[in-house]
Design a protein around this ligand. Structure first.
Ligand code: PLP
Length: 388
């Protein structure tokens, strides 16, 4: 493939080799492949990147999805997992050992936070949480020779805090990781800033239709090779059915994002004007505290918004139940506009202090803006707010 193509074109062309002349991804449901000789079976068994040996190693449909993600992220290689959390735990447990140290952003997805808070200590891995919006916070917490990973999420779930990718990419020593789920590979390319690994819950915008649960990590051939070795034992394998859906999602990602970003911008502007609302966060709004950073490092501002309701928890429940077009559900990046109350869903395991530290209040609402008409969406949100 020509190296000088726009990302929207790469999204159409990438990851086709395993499907040969079929336009749609070919689904290989097989768990195992026949080997012509014992010597060939042995060679495949010793190669964790084999995609035609045993499907816990790899699978041609999954390989097509991995190739497409690697191309979009500008990576040498990628490895798919059975979910975003499969990818997160694959990196943490695949790269860290007892006695190692991790520096992690404190504003992150609740389940990832629990891995650092509850799982890592069981394996003797220490974690220091930092406020990643403060310049130099990651660097200050690094313990040279002991810090194995620096973990960031940008834009972060749910308050859309951003991390300065150029500063993160300049960190030498530990492996730097960015969870880029909210941005998608067509919103920002963390590896181009010098970051080592980019991870996605491809369940979200990448697959984009709420019909696939799948994760992926992209980076250098060396790091991904290391992760593949551990992934074989971890077993959080991506299903070929989900990989086919995710690859189909990649084909339309650019067009979907264009509509979602325009809708999100219109909804965010309408929310900002309403008296029942405070602290609207959308990277594309001039009022976002890190708007300049968003403009500098993001090519699209994304589909995610968060805001607070002046009336707190009680207003939050009444508001989401008054919506008609937007649905109440705990995912993001799909065609339907979804509203979530993070304190009782995505971050339900956090204590009140931890919620406050992550910027999540009792009336915080997270919105994943979908593909409905802008007029209907803005009307739905303003109507539900007016009724409070
Ligand atoms: C930023 C982020 N990372 C990781 C995950 C986990 O992904 P999955 O649900 O596919 O395991 C999520 C899920 O919401 C997420 O929002």
């Amino acid at each position: 493939m020509n190296e000088d193509l726009d990302p929207a074109t790469v999204a159409i062309l990438a990851g086709r080799d395993p499907s040969e002349s079929s336009l749609a991804p070919v689904i290989y449901p097989t768990t195992a492949f026949e080997a012509p000789t014992v010597a060939e079976a042995r060679r495949l068994a010793l190669d964790p990147s084999s995609s035609r040996f045993y499907s816990r190693y790899g699978n041609p449909t999954v390989a097509g999805f991995e190739d497409a993600i690697a191309r979009l992220e500008g990576a040498e290689s990628a490895r798919a997992y059975g979910s975003g959390m499969g990818a997160v735990t694959g990196i943490v447990l695949g790269l860290c050992s007892s006695g190692d140290h991790i520096v992690a952003q404190k504003q992150i997805y609740g389940a990832t936070q629990l891995v650092f808070q509850a799982v890592c200590p069981r394996f003797g891995i220490d974690v220091t949480f930092v406020d990643a919006t403060v310049p130099g916070a990651f660097e200050a917490a690094i313990e040279p020779g002991r810090t194995m990973l620096v973990w960031a999420e940008t834009p972060a779930n749910p308050r859309l805090d951003l991390v300065d990718l150029a500063a993160l990419g300049a960190i030498a020593g530990p492996v730097t990781v960015v969870d880029s789920t909210f941005a998608t590979p067509l919103g920002v390319q963390p590896l181009s800033f010098g970051v080592d690994l980019v991870v996605h819950s491809a369940t979200k915008g990448i697959a984009g239709h709420n019909d696939a649960t799948i994760g992926v990590v992209a980076g250098s051939a060396e790091l991904i090779g290391w992760l593949r070795g551990f992934a074989l034992l971890q077993g959080a394998v991506a299903s070929p059915y989900d990989a086919a859906n995710a690859l189909r999602g990649i084909r339309t990602l650019s067009a979907r994002l264009d509509v979602q970003c325009a809708n999100a911008s219109a909804v965010a502007e309408a929310l900002e004007l309403h008296v029942a609302v405070s602290d609207v966060r959308y990277p594309g709004l001039a009022s976002h505290p890190q708007h300049e950073l968003a403009v500098a490092q993001m090519t699209r501002m994304g589909a995610m918004i968060s805001f607070d309701l002046v009336g707190g928890l009680e207003a939050g429940s009444r508001f989401v139940e008054a919506l008609d077009v937007a649905r109440i559900a705990t995912s993001l990046g799909g065609p339907e506009t979804l509203v979530t109350h993070p304190a009782s869903t995505t971050h339900v395991s956090l204590t009140e202090d931890e919620l406050t530290a992550a910027g999540i209040g009792p009336g915080t609402i997270r919105v994943s803006v979908g593909l409905e008409s802008e007029r209907d969406l803005v009307g739905d949100f303003v109507g539900a707010l007016d009724a409070l």
